[in-house]
Design a protein around this ligand. Structure first.
Ligand code: HEM
Ligand code: NAG
Ligand code: NAG
Ligand code: NAG
Length: 334
């Protein structure tokens, strides 16, 4: 009898122990089926009404989610506000650049969830679900989201540097960031198709439209469509005095999640230097062309890459918690 019990321990209990150790293996879409069965419905209702009243929410949430996941994993560390003792991750962004509407959508959904099932659903799960729902509201693909993330116990401004791509980086630098998180060049291109929605502030592309390469003030990057470049010069004319000025990432169908971003690149309508560079680099251009020609292929690969993104560096019970408030750790500490 005793050996049988030992065997039972080995084969039945051990796998469960292993599962607890790695956060991502523990995730399943049915994680809250007993503890909060309406979680998907609640998040969806709240963020849908938020998006209707504030249409910038969706793109903001998508970018927020990307940044959260790339800096130390999908653990809601990007939602923490700084205090007197600690400068949190979100302070690394210019205040305007991660719009308040996206944070607000998460906070509202979390508030409803705390009423329905207190202390159960993590903020990182709320952000993952909210992002999925908002992308599909804009016309993008719907995909299933595995749940059971725990929220981080830390968030530091200093962790951001080097983990996020910047528009002035070379394709090599960008691909090396994606590769360090386990993403191929094709997945990097598919994910960057997110720039089919939302805005960028003028300073992110000012060097392309004013005094390009040390030329006169009106000289612009020749890879830009001339009429587009001149329209951007006009729109951004006061950007140094007014840092809130921003333009659509996708000038053709700005509010629609489609493959227009890729079609734009071939027409000189890519807004960021990094976007345009994806078309000229031989490691990325085949995928830009594929997605420009075939939206089904883009949606398929984007959804798969988002599912991969959403389990990046997930925290387990050992190194995370379910926050009561998304902007604060449960225990206030330095
Ligand atoms: C190639 C690497 C990337 C670079 C260099 C980059 C850079 C940027 C920059 C500079 C902005 C403008 C921010 C502002 O001025 O407010 C922006 C906006 C945005 N990015 Fe990216 N990004 C990259 C990849 C991604 C990925 C992988 C995603 C999501 C999966 C993403 C989602 C977004 C969204 C949705 C916006 C619009 C945000 C809004 O309207 O509030 N980006 N990106
Ligand atoms: C960001 O907000 C803080 C306080 O809310 C302010 O002191 C700071 O100047 C702002 N930074 C930018 C770049 O707007
Ligand atoms: C890109 O610009 C930022 C400032 O916006 C600067 O700190 C950084 O060094 C630049 N990176 C490259 C690769 O030129
Ligand atoms: C577009 O991509 C999908 C998915 O990869 C594929 O099934 C389909 O055949 C492609 N369509 C064309 C016209 O190439």
């Amino acid at each position: 009898m005793v050996p049988m019990r030992r065997l039972f321990l080995l084969f039945v209990v051990l796998p469960f122990i292993a599962v607890v150790v790695s956060g991502a293996d523990n995730l399943t879409p049915r994680y809250y089926r007993r503890t909060c069965p309406k979680v998907e419905q609640i998040v969806s209702e709240v963020v849908t009404s938020k998006q209707i009243t504030s249409p910038t929410t969706a793109a903001g949430a998508l970018r927020l989610f990307f940044h959260d996941c790339f800096v130390g994993g999908c653990d809601a560390s990007m939602l923490i506000t700084s205090n007197a003792f600690n400068q949190a991750e979100r302070d690394a962004e210019i205040n305007l650049s991660l719009p308040g509407d996206a944070f607000d959508a998460v906070v509202r959904a979390k508030t409803q969830l705390e009423l329905a099932c207190p202390g159960v659903v993590s903020c990182s799960d709320v952000l993952a679900l909210a992002t999925r729902d908002l992308v599909s509201m804009l016309g993008g693909p719907f995909y299933s989201v595995a749940l059971g993330r725990k929220d981080s116990l830390a968030s530091h401004l200093r962790s951001v540097e080097g983990n996020l791509p910047r528009p002035n980086m070379t394709v090599s630098q960008i691909l090396s960031i994606f590769s360090s998180k386990g993403f191929t060049a094709q997945e990097a291109v598919a994910l960057t198709g997110a720039h089919t929605v939302g805005f960028s502030h003028c300073k992110e592309y000012a060097s392309r439209i004013y005094g390009y390469n040390g030329g006169s003030q009106s000289s612009y990057d020749p890879s830009l469509n001339p009429r587009y470049a001149q329209a951007l010069q006009k729109a951004c004319a006061n950007y140094r005095r007014d840092s809130t000025i921003a333009t659509f990432n996708d000038v053709m169908t700005p509010g629609k999640f489609d493959n227009m971003y890729f079609q734009n690149l071939a027409r000189g309508l890519g807004l960021l230097a990094s976007d345009q560079a994806l078309l000229s680099d031989p490691r990325t251009s085949p995928f830009v062309r594929l997605y420009a020609a075939n939206q089904t292929a883009f949606f398929h690969d984007f959804a798969a890459a988002m599912q991969k993104l959403s389990i990046l560096g997930v925290k387990s019970r050992r190194n995370g918690e379910v926050r009561r408030r998304c902007d604060q750790f449960n225990t206030i500490s330095a």
